[in-house]
Design a protein around this ligand. Sequence first.
Ligand code: DQA
Length: 150
Amino acid sequence: MTSADVTTVLLLNGPNLGQLGHREPDVYGSSTLQEIVSMCQIEANSSGLTVEAHQSDSESELIGWVQLAAKNSWPIIINPGAFTHYSMALRDALVQVDATVIEVHLSQPASRESFRSESVVAPVVDGTISGFGPLSYVLAIRAIAEQLAS
Ligand code: DQA
């Protein structure tokens, strides 16, 4: 495989996800974000993909990375955190991405408080994987790898 064969996958995590490991471990588990990113990198590398990972509590930074991915046709895996439920700006950015976009969640938001039932980004992404803890992310990498290979 040459470096030209390697495809970048943008892995984005929104507000408060940098606190994983000690943030509500009963809901989100004990893995840190760095551990989850490492799991994704291992899964991606086994399929010839590279992961570019960013976390931000800022909507504007997340939108900037989405716009970069749109420009470069990079697939995106995004856990928008609470922005899932109200960020029309993030949704408007994601709709500009032609490559595959997968929304992921550690928990199953639909089974929690009622305000988590709606995802404003869900209508503009290709798929959503939620409720499997860190495995949600790994499954998303696998889906993108299989899509790219087919
Ligand atoms: C979350 C679910 C959201 O409702 C919440 O605001 C988060 C994390 C998840 O991964 O389960 O920050 O996206």
